[in-house]
Design a protein around this ligand. Structure first.
Ligand code: 5GP
Ligand code: SF4
Ligand code: MG
Length: 468
């Protein structure tokens, strides 16, 4: 998912318009539903819908979201069904006043908390993990703080977050404040920007670029920022039980974030091209052309070509009128999705030894069709290079990977995968190669989908023995 918020209460009446633009720049982070909540200082205004940002909002809908501050969300489901009732931001009224929340990430103890809250009388309106945070807020007795005040909301948020565990980059909007928080492990990104003296919070810097806001810094893991008429202040979340260690999602660098973003302090494009260069060092091959599986494989393919000296060319063309196939929740759509999305450029591939670079193999079905497509276009040899290690474990922290049984690398060796996708050779980036190319210590990142080393416990028990 993607989150965006702007605070210019009293300075602007256009917060919803800026949020609409910000959500456009974050559309790659979720395409199932989107929403905006604005405040004019005295009430929250909400609009949410299913589908793409451009389809949900028009000038008329945006005009119904008045005020100088707003938060927005683009969603793809990892917890809870793809349904309008699960669209975000979720807006509610509790003893502290009105509050809306937008969440990127996935809580690992939401089910446990939900059971406990329901036993105590809470009635949930959605099946999303995010709603747990609001119910926890509603149960807090925030001492002497005046209901509706920033202090009251902040005390409720702090107490609620002290009980949740998992991945969260959160934006809260109340009538008179905007609050951002990032979990202590820092799984998902969250950045701070400045626009003409006003504050902006967003999942990725690409959203700041679009509205010409200046990138200030990342929100630190375990940080909570509070923005109201007194300005911006930064605090630390209560220390929670569990590991201290940072666990920034390395898959954001591999696939999820946009290449034009600065993520965890690094240019995503540069990181991806160094993954490609590393891949060329570790898995060289004699070939005539390097091509990418667009769009996600492009920066790594450029890096592979540069390092190997083999020319880069455009051998596959992507239709821009279909979204990321992996975000479509239905298996059936994924099947014909490949041809809908990609086509081969015969002149580039005919009679060539082709290196094709992609970011990941998940089920293997797409890769198999792509290899076939390249061969059908006349390629003599097809060498598949993957700019991440084999994806063998599901993600419980907010990326929608399928079950372990469906992950081809969970049940097949690399030679078996090579044969399944019908490539002449297959090379994955190793875990050591990944961090060498990233130029950072492994300790700061989560890579559980590649290694099975989960930094935070999650409720579903892992299979006792590896599947294969
Ligand atoms: P596959 O060969 O595993 O079917 O598809 C691999 C390609 O599709 C890669 O380009 C990857 O970006 C994308 N992809 C397909 N399905 C998924 C999925 O469920 N999760 C992720 N992360 N990527 C997927
Ligand atoms: Fe990211 Fe993989 Fe960790 Fe999930 S398991 S947070 S996708 S690195
Ligand atoms: Mg891809």
């Amino acid at each position: 998912c993607g989150v965006f918020g702007v605070w210019a209460l009293g300075q602007s009446t256009e917060a919803a318009n800026f949020t609409y633009l910000g959500l456009h720049a974050l559309q790659h982070r979720g395409q199932e539903s989107a929403g905006i909540v604005s405040t004019d200082g005295s009430a929250l205004h909400v609009h949410r819908g299913m589908g793409l940002v451009a389809d949900i909002f028009n000038a008329g809908e945006l005009a119904k979201l008045p005020g100088g501050a707003a938060i927005g969300h683009v969603r793809y489901s990892t917890a809870g069904a793809s349904h309008l009732k699960n669209a975000q931001p979720i807006a509610i009224q509790y003893a502290g006043g009105a509050v809306a929340v937008a969440h990127n990430g996935n809580l690992v103890n939401a089910e446990t908390l939900r059971t406990e809250l329901e036993a105590a009388g809470s009635i949930f309106q959605t099946t999303s993990d995010t709603e747990v945070i609001l119910h926890l807020m509603a149960r807090v007795r925030p001492g002497p703080a005046v209901p509706g005040s920033t202090e009251h909301h902040l005390a409720a948020i702090r107490a609620a977050l002290a009980r949740v565990s998992g991945a969260y980059s959160l934006l809260f909007l109340t009538e008179r404040s905007m609050i951002g928080a990032r979990d202590p492990q820092g799984f998902r990104p969250l950045v701070l920007g400045k626009l003409k003296g006003n504050w902006v919070l967003a999942s990725e810097t690409t959203a700041l670029d679009l509205i010409e806001a200046e990138y200030v810094r990342e929100i630190a893991p375990g940080e909570i920022v509070v923005i109201d008429e007194k300005g911006l202040r930064s605090e630390k979340l209560e220390p929670t039980a569990g590991p201290r260690r940072l666990a920034r999602c390395v898959f954001e660098h591999i696939y999820f974030a946009r290449p034009d973003s600065i993520l965890f302090g690094r240019s995503v494009h540069e990181v991806r091209s160094s993954f490609g260069a590393q891949l060329a060092k570790d898995h060289p091959v004699e070939a005539d052309v390097v091509i990418a599986v667009p769009d996600s494989g492009v920066p790594a393919a450029v890096g592979y070509a540069r390092q190997s000296g083999i020319p880069y060319d455009v051998g596959l063309v992507r239709s821009h009128y279909i979204g990321r196939t992996f975000i479509e929740p239905q298996q059936s759509i994924r099947h014909f999705g490949v041809k809908l999305k990609l086509n081969a450029v015969r002149g580039v591939l005919r009679d060539k030894r082709v290196v094709v670079v992609d970011d990941s193999i998940v089920r293997g079905t797409t890769s198999r069709k792509i290899v076939k497509m390249i061969r059908d276009a006349g390629a003599k040899e097809v060498h598949l290079r993957i700019s991440s290690p084999p994806t063998a474990w599901p993600c419980y922290y907010g990326i929608d990977t399928p079950t372990r049984q469906e992950l081809i690398a969970a049940t097949h060796s690399e030679p078996e995968i090579r044969d399944y996708v019908t490539a002449d050779s297959l090379g994955y980036l190793s875990i050591d190669g990944l961090y060498a190319a990233l130029g950072e210590a492994r300790q700061g990142f989560c890579d559980a989908c590649f290694t099975g080393e989960y930094v935070l416990e999650f409720p579903h028990s892992r299979p006792a023995a590896p599947l294969r």
